[in-house]
Write a protein that binds this ligand. Sequence first.
Ligand code: SF4
Ligand code: SF4
Ligand code: SF4
Length: 267
Amino acid sequence: MVEYGLLIDQSLCMACRGCQVSCKQWNERQAIVTTNVGTYQNPQDLSWQTWTFMRFSEYEEPGGKVRWLFRRELCRHCENPGCLAACPVPNAIVRDQGGMVIVNRNLCGDCNRECFYGCPWGVPRFPGTNNEAWKCWMCRDRLYEGKPSACSSACPVQATRTLEKSVLLATAYERLSIVKQKHPRANIYPPTGYGSNVVWILVDSPEHYDFSFPTTSVSSEGAKPAAKGFLSEAARPMLAATALTAGIAAAAKFLDRREKVARAEAK
Ligand code: SF4
Ligand code: SF4
Ligand code: SF4
């Protein structure tokens, strides 16, 4: 089984947000009302409707030179996902053989948003007071059809690429050696030792990109709701059986949509 990953090269990226838009289009995420807070960053954060966005940051070097940086934000598809480890419902989050960490929404929705707190970056998000988690699924449907993710496909400069995991890091380091000639502080993130199927090439230190770990105040959508009971052990097998039927219906919906998009692209 081939495992996949994404390589995001911030030295090539121009923050056009094509990835952001194509993610919404392919995954049927709605546009949301946003507020301009005086920076290029818009929206401000991930949400259940926004699975990737561009983070912008500025900082002043000791000599007074201002540096302007941006990078994509999305799920890392970790090798040992904190979201999965924290989830109390068996199979509500799975890491499949292709390396994608996926929320099974037929099973998810009945805990205290444990995946949000288990994820070092607070990636899973929730609609209103609903406890169903939503996040990037690495366009699993596209990858298994031999296509790159929607965000990779839309990127006009190949700053985001879908690659087989076996060549992901080697490709990143090969590219880094070129990037370093212009950006001596460039490096690979996450750092060595953190297993992730999404790898960034940053042109500056991670702390200047706001790569810090989030706290419980990441966003209102991440706020912990009033306590709600976990699913009882007895209820889980029943739910799993119902989920199989619901899963087939959900898959049919995806196929309908894929055909619709394919027809539109063919015109
Ligand atoms: S589409 Fe490519 S260049 Fe545009 S913001 Fe996304 S990664 Fe950057
Ligand atoms: S980045 Fe967070 S949500 Fe994504 S796989 Fe890792 S722990 Fe889970
Ligand atoms: S891999 Fe797919 S779901 Fe994830 S950010 Fe890219 S387009 Fe969105």
